[in-house]
Design a protein around this ligand. Structure first.
Ligand code: NAG
Ligand code: NAG
Length: 434
């Protein structure tokens, strides 16, 4: 064994000793090579779908042909399209790069829990999607910081094997990092999954891609991954919310203003104050930079956003918060204000989708009592919300190419816990009054 490898192995073992298992991780894997020769085809590419208000779905795809129509034909039997919708298009330039034509077409009203067959732009292959159920149970797949390496592929394969309804992605999608063609290859990589189930995403630092005086932040992200912000009364694609089955999910932006005078803060306050826990007993929140993190990586980066926004989430009785950014997995107890609190949210860091930067191995010591499970491995999570009070969370490590369930826990919703009634009435009133 050479010295470098020995030191690395020793480091991994030391890091593992303060995690909850002595699992020895496989090494990083290389970036996927795409034989990219932008073939000028009128056929749709990079197809992905997202929820767009009650009973509606947004279909997004890219064509190199600038004249291709933004039509989606769809129906519940194969090759028999009984409905048709027209959409809008956008495109962008980035230094020497010009994007293809990016189509966004909203279809619906759609039946719940139903398979639809669809075709984009009047030609090319037929795709198939399943709409989410309108009632429990519902399953969310969760994985952040994906990138496009052989590990990403492995994570996506595992997600594909699980029966999920909606994918939640807490930021860092393509790791294009200014290389715009990598947004196109990422779109192709995720298409088999993202064309079949809604992918609901929020942005991370790798989506920013700003160049001072030349390019604003989030140009590619906002053009390609349009989310239902208008449908949720937000003015920005960087924060929005949606309801599915009995779950209200809020997507926040870690890289846009969040202080009390910001649009995002005002929107969040208005959004949370409208939640009806009878109709949506569960509240989930996603953003990129974790607030509860015992990994050495990105320590303290979420503190400012946490001090601005955590009181709002607490007052609203948010059940689970998912973050990415740290390339490892960690689950907390219910927490608030840096401590265990039975009426706070469970925080889960799941930035371990498989990107090229590799894993974040080093954890802070001692181990705070609120951190229940932490491990630096690639993997994905599944949140199966069984009914209005119970959800089963599991984290599946990519053990070579097998998904191995490594952490699991039943989570009960705050809506049935008495916390909402017990919570300081004045706090709720102050934070949530219109
Ligand atoms: C197409 O679907 C419609 C409505 O469901 C049905 O009436 C019709 O018979 C179908 N056509 C074919 C060729 O299957
Ligand atoms: C919800 O699911 C849990 C776990 O399966 C079960 O114990 C509980 O009785 C269910 N509650 C209701 C109201 O159905």
């Amino acid at each position: 064994m050479n010295l470098k490898l020995f030191l690395l192995t020793a480091a991994v073992l030391v890091a593992a000793s303060c995690a909850t298992s002595d699992y020895v991780r496989p090494p990083p894997r290389k970036a996927i090579h795409f034989p990219w020769d932008a073939k000028a085809s009128p056929d749709p590419t990079q197809v992905h779908i997202s929820l767009a208000g009650p009973k509606h779905m947004r279909i997004t795809w890219v064509t190199t042909d600038k004249h291709s129509p933004s039509t989606v034909e769809y129906g519940t039997s194969s090759n028999n399209y009984t409905s048709k919708a027209e959409g809008e298009t956008t495109s962008y330039t980035y230094l020497l790069y010009s994007s293809g034509k990016i189509h966004h077409t909203v279809i619906g009203p759609l039946e719940d829990n139903t398979i639809y067959f669809y075709r984009c732009g009047g030609q090319g292959p037929q795709f198939q999607l399943k709409t989410p159920p309108s009632q429990f149970p519902i399953t969310f797949a969760v994985a952040g910081d994906l990138g496009q390496t052989e590990w990403t592929k492995s994570t996506l394969d595992h997600i594909d094997q699980c029966k999920y309804d909606v994918h939640l992605l807490p930021g860092d999608l393509s790791y294009a990092d200014y290389m715009q063609k990598k947004w196109d290859t990422f779109g192709e990589l995720v298409q088999p999954l993202a064309s079949a189930r809604p992918w609901m995403v929020t942005q991370g630092n790798h989506e920013k891609e700003n160049i001072p005086l030349l390019k604003d932040s989030f140009v590619a992200y906002n053009s390609r991954w349009k989310m239902p912000y208008e449908e949720s009364n937000s003015v920005s694609n960087l924060y929005y919310s949606f309801d599915v089955a009995g779950v209200h999910t809020v997507m926040l932006g870690s890289y846009t203003d969040y202080d009390q005078s910001s649009d995002q803060y005002r929107w969040l306050k208005a959004d949370l104050s409208k939640v009806d826990r009878e109709r949506t007993p569960w509240i989930l929140v996603l953003f990129h930079v974790p607030w509860y993190n015992t990994n050495e990586a990105h320590q303290g980066e979420g503190d400012e956003m946490m001090s601005a926004m955590e009181p709002l989430l607490y007052a609203a009785g948010v059940d689970v918060v998912f973050a990415g950014h740290v390339h490892a997995y960690e689950r907390s107890k219910r927490v608030f204000n840096g401590k265990s609190d039975p009426c706070g949210a469970v925080h889960i860091t799941i930035g371990d989708g498989g990107n090229r930067e590799g894993l974040a191995h080093w954890y802070k010591k001692p181990h705070p009592d609120w951190s229940v499970f932490r491990e630096a491995s690639f993997g994905h999570g599944e949140l199966n919300i069984v009914n209005s009070s119970h959800a089963f969370w599991s984290w599946h490590r990519n053990d070579d190419d097998e998904p191995v369930k490594s952490d699991q826990v039943w989570i009960t919703s705050l809506s049935g816990s008495g916390c909402l009634a017990k919570k300081d009435y004045e706090l709720r009133k102050m934070l949530l009054e219109p």
